[in-house]
Design a protein around this ligand. Structure first.
Ligand code: AGP
Length: 614
């Protein structure tokens, strides 16, 4: 989840680099630094804490002007966040500077080797090892590209490395394995970034690099090889996120902006995926219809909010396709020795496409010959690149660490996948599919209706500013909604929150109920009487014990009113699609409560946008 920027060209490198790091602040970090080449020497500065600390330091002690450099925002893995452990790291002779994202798993062995050869290592990081190795190797090879190739062959684990050599002020050399890196292609200048936000204001032409590749950029050239030095090519693509999409657009938080973008991104997620008649067309699913017909089991994997998207997907996929569908936490799945066959379809849900737990899980799945389909928001990221097929969610850049539009579009993609499978396997009639597609097509307006009543939720947040614990209850597809509502509150307001399946209450959790305890209750649409009535019973039980019930129910459901201390009316939608509208008030509530508490809503403490280490 570190932010990386590299630049070589005609502009001032420091300005480009700092601005690029600023656009990636959302990735979550705890220190920042810059290194450039000026008159044959490396000039560098780095500071623990926010980027502003580095900017202040550079203002007090300006670095010489330079047109080539690298920058980094670090999320600590090896060694605490402090000035010494911040990147860039330099070799012993201060000839080579390196920034790094990921974990070098064999760094202890390499550290011992260097220290036994009189290396003076001053930090606790794995990155400094790479700086020393690169500097020693370039002294032998005389060429940073060759040195990078040689060093990368010795490294194990996940890494993006970007380096400069004071003796070669024309090139920046980078390498990637299991970690993000994209090239920005300019005119008379070229860029490197851990994602396109690093350079999007300068160029939209990007080059996607594959696994185990080294890229060398100069102001006029970009050369790609594999770790053995064999020439290779990256995949060029156009970045269609406009700059404004990465700005706050008048909102106080990226998160609030992204919550209010959800009607638009739901439409985007559906774009081009069905005919006007409601027939699905998923060109990007590079798994043949025959293979999809042979699928006898689906395993949906993901982490955090993406996992909850999978839990919703399960209800839809099993209902529409009758294929058994399991949902697993990616980090548990990989290590439980799961049984997979070539007829298993693993669906990996990931907004960033770089979550290490999910990436390692799909690697395992493919080794077991399962087909892997990614549901991802980030074009060119590692998980879709390593999957057999991908459904991009087209949510645009999700800057806030807490996922909102990323999740909603994951749901849409899961519904589309479920309907596509049903279409391919003939488990739904064409008109059933068309009707559901039509209902999905109405979701932007349904979500907008909930957003239009945001003030009701904001007032609820104001009323609960002193809450120390809040519970969430749901049934059926409302259960994952309860889990996600609790997660949003935990990660934003830093208060205890827990989601339960309402049927589970009497098996223990009801002991938590006490006078005045706020409990959000997501009520299934009336159409599902059995579930609906059982949910009403659960609400009665907790209210009889003093709970303050905050009920989310479809408009016109008068049966809930006697038991609702607060009522949030939801638009009428099919049961399986209800999560799309029920999640919105819970997102708004968490965002507003966190704002009232004075928390950093976009970059909550201890969290990173993309967890690229296991
Ligand atoms: C969501 O609000 C959290 N920030 C977190 O749970 C996130 O969903 C999880 O880390 C998975 O990220 P991914 O979708 O990028 O793989």
């Amino acid at each position: 989840m570190c932010g990386i920027v590299g630049y070589v060209g005609e502009q001032s490198a420091s300005g480009i680099i700092i601005e690029g790091l600023r656009r990636m602040e959302y990735r979550g970090y705890d220190s920042a630094g810059i290194a450039m080449i000026s008159e044959g020497s490396i000039v560098s500065d780095k500071k623990a804490g926010k980027l502003a600390n580095l900017v202040d330091s550079l203002a007090e002690n300006p670095l010489p002007k330079a047109q080539i450099g690298i920058g980094h925002t670090r999320w600590a893995t090896h060694g605490p966040p402090n000035d010494v452990n911040a990147h860039p790291h330099l070799g012993q002779q201060r000839r080579v500077a390196v920034v790094h994202n990921g974990i070098i798993e064999n760094f202890t062995t390499l550290r011992e080797e260097l220290e036994s050869d009189n290396a003076d290592l001053i930090s606790e990081t794995d990155t400094e090892i790479a700086a020393h190795l690169l500097e020693r190797t370039v002294a032998e090879t005389g060429d940073l590209t060759t040195a990078m190739q040689q060093v990368c062959r010795r490294l194990e684990g996940a890494f993006t490395l970007v380096a400069i050599d004071a003796n070669d002020p024309e090139r920046v050399v980078a390498a990637r394995r299991n970690s993000p890196l994209v090239v920005g292609l300019g005119q008379g200048e070229n860029f490197l970034g851990s994602d396109v936000a690093a350079f999007i204001e300068h160029t939209r032409d990007a080059l996607e690099l594959a696994q185990d590749q080294v890229v060398t950029i100069t102001r006029d050239s970009v050369e790609v090889t594999d770790f053995d030095g064999t020439p290779a090519t990256g995949k060029q693509y156009y970045v269609d996120w406009d700059l404004s999409a990465a700005e706050k657009g008048g909102y106080d938080w990226f998160m609030r902006k992204e919550i209010f973008e959800q009607p638009e991104v739901i439409s985007d997620a559906l774009l081009g995926r069905h005919t006007p008649e409601g027939t699905l067309q998923l060109d990007e699913v590079r798994i043949s219809e025959g293979e999809l017909r042979d699928v006898d089991r689906i395993v949906v994997i993901g982490c955090g909010t993406a996992h909850y998207a999978g839990l919703v997907a399960k209800y839809a996929i099993e209902h529409w396709t009758r294929i058994p569908c399991e949902v697993e936490l990616a980090h548990e799945f990989r290590y439980r020795d799961p049984i997979l066959t070539r007829n298993t379809l693993v669906v990996a849900i990931s907004q960033s496409g770089e979550t290490a737990d999910t990436l390692m899980a799909i690697r395992y799945a493919r080794q077991q010959r399962a087909k892997v389909l990614a549901i991802c928001n980030t074009n060119g990221s590692t998980i879709p690149r390593e999957s057999d097929a991908v459904i991009y969610t087209h949510a645009g850049p999700e800057i806030a660490v807490a996922s909102t539009k990323g999740l909603i579009t994951q749901l849409i993609a899961c519904y589309v996948l479920g309907l596509y499978l049903a279409q391919v396997r003939g488990t739904l009639y064409g008109d059933e599919i068309a009707n559901t597609i039509s209902a999905l097509g109405q979701m932007p307006d349904k979500v907008q209706a909930v957003l239009d009543d945001a003030e009701t939720v904001y007032q609820l947040a104001r009323d609960h500013i002193d809450a120390s614990s809040i519970l969430f209850l749901g049934r059926h597809a409302g259960y994952p909604v309860a889990l996600e509502g609790a997660l949003k509150l935990k990660e934003l307001a830093y208060i205890h929150a827990e989601g339960f399946a309402a049927g589970e209450l009497k098996h223990g959790p009801i002991a938590l109920i006490k006078e005045g305890l706020p409990v959000f209750c997501v009520v299934p649409p009336k159409g599902r009487d059995q579930l609906h009535d059982k949910m009403i019973s659960a609400i009665q039980e907790i209210r009889a014990r003093g709970a303050k019930t905050i009920v989310l129910a479809e408009a016109g459901d008068d049966s809930v009113k006697p038991f609702a201390d607060e009522l949030i009316e939801l638009p009428v939608v099919p049961t399986i699609l209800q999560p799309v509208v029920a999640l919105i008030p819970l997102q708004l509530f968490a965002c507003e409560l966190a704002t009232l508490l004075g928390n950093d809503v976009d970059q909550p403490r201890n969290l990173a946008k993309s967890v690229t280490v296991e």
